[in-house]
Design a protein around this ligand. Structure first.
Ligand code: AMP
Ligand code: ZN
Length: 138
């Protein structure tokens, strides 16, 4: 049995400010928010990274993420929002139970993703496109 705080929140062994739940997903407030109302959407079952989540769970995750985003927009009236998921230590994942962040954003709130550091040299865009296209299985 893995010792996972998000599994404990999903099973109600640990407290959280829960906004919504159904049989597959749970939604609660992040305790250390980028902005107030920063929300996490998790699968109730333990999957470490996004690519491990089965399609039928992802269907619930994306639809619930969309509905909760609308509730955040209606209630808090932010200027915009970010939705993201950190996967793996290199990507900054701290809790190893996959989750989506929904972050309400305000003009000049000081939180920064940009500038992105890279640009493609000649032919590299096509080369990277080819590498990934060859592996797409849908
Ligand atoms: P990350 O794994 O880097 O994508 O982010 C993990 C997020 O979980 C951070 O934003 C934390 O503030 C948040 N977090 C950690 N523990 C809890 C908890 N017990 N309840 C709510 N949010 C949490
Ligand atoms: Zn877990």
């Amino acid at each position: 049995m893995i010792d996972c705080i998000f599994c404990k929140i999903a099973s109600k062994e640990a407290p959280a400010e829960v906004l919504f739940e159904n049989d597959k997903v749970m939604v609660f407030l992040d305790i250390n928010p980028i902005n107030y109302g920063h929300t996490l959407v998790i699968p109730k079952d333990h999957y470490k990274e996004f690519h491990e989540i089965p399609d039928e769970v992802n269907q619930d995750l994306i639809v619930v993420t969309s509905k909760i985003t609308k509730a955040i927009l209606d209630s808090l009236k932010p200027h915009g929002y970010n939705i993201f998921t950190n996967n793996g230590r290199s990507a900054g994942q701290a809790i190893m139970h996959c989750h989506f962040h929904i972050v309400p954003r305000y003009l000049n709130d000081g939180f920064k993703f940009r500038p992105y550091p890279k640009s493609y040299k000649k032919d590299e865009l096509k080369q990277y496109g080819n590498l990934i296209r060859e592996k797409i299985r849908i």
